[in-house]
Design a protein around this ligand. Sequence first.
Ligand SMILES: [Zn+2]
Length: 168
Amino acid sequence: MPPIPSPLLDHPEYLEHYRWMTRAIALAAAAGAAGEVPVGAVIVNASGELIAEGENRRERDHDPTAHAEIVALRQAGRVLQTWHLEPCTLYVTLEPCPMCSGALIQARLGRLVYGTDDYKAGAIRTVANLPDSACSNHHLQVIGGILETPCRQQLQEWFSQRRARKSS
Ligand SMILES: [Zn+2]
């Protein structure tokens, strides 16, 4: 788990984002320790209660779709007994890829909060913008950059450790 800086603001909405992103970072750390690219996600309902968690499980499940967001979306659907997630907020440490961005649109997710931009595959705004594109029929509220530094460092450190292991 990377060091988490203290909150920047004491605004209640920011503190909510800070709290849930910290939880997503802890899930990502667990995935990283299990040999997965460290990405974690949580889903919170309209009352601010945690209803689902996910971490990247692609290697462990031999499943190309087992990204943290997809794992969390499936759990939220089971908990709420619906695929409609309009009242929910999903927190994820890394900007979603095209598959996950598509799934968030399919779920009619209310709001996405993510940590760090993905310059290789980010499909929310960095490489592509699926939510605002012609293939989307759903307006997704997005907040990026919450706890950006630990989210980014966690990924960078995991990849640099993997490179060091491979070359030794
Ligand atoms: Zn994804």
